[in-house]
Design a protein around this ligand. Sequence first.
Ligand code: NAD
Ligand code: UGA
Length: 451
Amino acid sequence: MKITIIGTGYVGLVTGACLAEIGNDVLCLDVDARKIAILEAGGVPIHEPGLEGVIARNRHAGRIRFTTDIEAAVAHGDIQFIAVGTPPDEDGSADLQYVLAAARNIGRTMSDFKVVVDKSTVPVGTAARVRDAIAAELRARGADVPFSVVSNPEFLKEGAAVEDFMRPDRIVLGCDDDANGRRALALMKQLYSPFNRNHERTMLMDVRSAEFTKYAANAMLATRISFMNELANLAERVGADIEAVRRGIGSDPRIGYSFLYAGCGYGGSCFPKDVQALVRTGDEHGHRLQILRAVEAVNDAQKQVLAQKITAHFGERLDDLSFAVWGLAFKPETDDMREAPSRVLVRALLQRGARVRAFDPVAVDEARRVFALDLTQEESARLDFCDSREAAADGADALVVLTEWKAFKSLDAADLKERLRRPVIFDGRNLYDPAVLAREGFDYFTIGRTH
Ligand code: NAD
Ligand code: UGA
């Protein structure tokens, strides 16, 4: 099938690559000429395991191409995926300007039946606005071309995006129950049929429920994390171990083990913005979402918890102290720094006069870019990026762990003790065994384990 992807970011690029992989003819459009130039030259602008290989294979087979030419992109696909960003507006609601710009672009030049797919995470009612935007463009040029807007939210996780796309838990399709909607549904089912071989994963529903499902899923996952973080902070005070508690409750199949890890707060491009956007949707409809407000507040506070532990140990001012930071990305296996807890912690340390020696296996380039925006020049001068975790630890007064990269999990405690000026670890991901580190003579501060 002929597919156009509008917006070649994390979701668009993975969607395009994976749909090419199952045999479709994919054209990816982006307004960012730099991104398209990298892709056309055979590069990949983001770090995502397995993605480079899928793109290379399909470029070679001629199944995926990249362009900045809007008209060519609209002409190409029978199915047009809108996968542009939906960042938070000033009041926290989803900013739909990119989605609606993409819709207008489709309406401006389309000449035959199109299925327009909302892949971006968009508030309930957006499909109707996309439909109106396309219809207005068609009217403006006196054209009468049939189309239908489908909601097909994406549930992939960064760092496992290719795997998640190729083996989805579910494929949510929200379609209109009219002639064009049924025509669109038939095409969407055909497109996704290779994912349904052993097990039907497609879930059909009305458009609004599909839009809502995406926010409900992220809000539920974010709620679990904030809930565990709040319990972890209490566990420290009552002398319990949140890791034991996690195992104890996760074994109940009604609760399950996933997304119960306490830590230094959730980050990323989605949970923070999607929780905010759902809160705003509630407000707009006169329905105050109290739990989600608390989820957001607990998460904001959680991003400060490690800095509080550090100042409780070393004092409010940290001049003359140097901190090794392991992990900058908001989670492992990605270079994405959006809303990463490291941005809050590193800044807090620098503002108190400390030096920071930071290491991340893949996110250093992206970290340089975002910290240049976050920090003053004076603060930046006290931030060094190191080539290895060992180099970051050399001569530091303490180690701070912010991302649970697999490589960080194996720790040569004796070697680390040699490198650090003081044997102190602040662990935002609970990676190590407190008993082992205590035996090695470390002061080991965790999230919910120290008592
Ligand atoms: P992104 O910022 O990585 O990519 C968006 C791309 O769209 C950018 O490259 C931008 O240049 C491009 N763009 C903007 N306007 C355009 C236009 N009019 N025409 C063509 N291209 C345009 O964003 P992302 O992380 O891929 O997220 C996209 C959407 O998917 C968001 O709504 C997000 O909430 C949702 N989502 C993201 C993830 C994730 O893990 N990142 C997972 C599920 C859903
Ligand atoms: C999340 C969802 O998991 C995806 O299903 C969804 O498609 C995506 O948002 C989206 O809508 O964009 P992602 O943000 O890539 O995916 O990463 P997650 O693995 O969910 O992690 C998000 C944050 O939560 C990270 O900072 C992570 O460290 C934190 N987290 C996760 C915890 O603190 N504890 C946990 O138990 C799990």
